[in-house]
Design a protein around this ligand. Sequence first.
Ligand SMILES: Cc1cc2nc3c(=O)[nH]c(=O)nc-3n(C[C@H](O)[C@H](O)[C@H](O)COP(=O)(O)O)c2cc1C
Length: 149
Amino acid sequence: MVSFLIAYATWSGNTQEVAELVEETLLTQGMDVKAHRIGLDPLPDPRRFDAMIIGSFTWDQGATPDEVKDFVADVGYKPDNVYVFGTGDTQFGGDELFCHAAVKLAKFYDSRYEPLKIEQSPRGTQEKTVIDWSKGVLQHWKHSHALRY
Ligand SMILES: Cc1cc2nc3c(=O)[nH]c(=O)nc-3n(C[C@H](O)[C@H](O)[C@H](O)COP(=O)(O)O)c2cc1C
């Protein structure tokens, strides 16, 4: 069983909805999952998990929220296996700034899997995108570890 930490930040609930859908999908696949709400829950130790999934909304013209920056600093090192998702809104600066925090986090963590970008709430047509991405994360993890060992 692969264990995943899902750390996410949310203000109005969209990113939390994505986090819950990712969690549900991984649980359905028989994985071990711990959800962590950034800024609220006690700091987890990513070393205790096989992979970390981090989710953030984007703020203020492509900015990463302060609580996410604090979380990254508090964790204090770059875990190896990081997957990133984000929610955003194309009305705030078009494609260039859409989910920019997620794009920046993926770069920072050298994520080897394309970050997931969701427009506002994932409920409805984007639900399948989240489920497919979550299954893809698991496949990616299994594939990269099968190659290594
Ligand atoms: C003041 C403000 C600025 C925002 N700036 C951006 C932005 O630059 N890029 C983007 O993709 N979304 C932007 N958004 C949209 C939010 O990221 C989006 O609504 C997100 O889903 C909120 O996440 P939450 O519901 O988890 O808090 C902005 C929203 C607000 C209110």
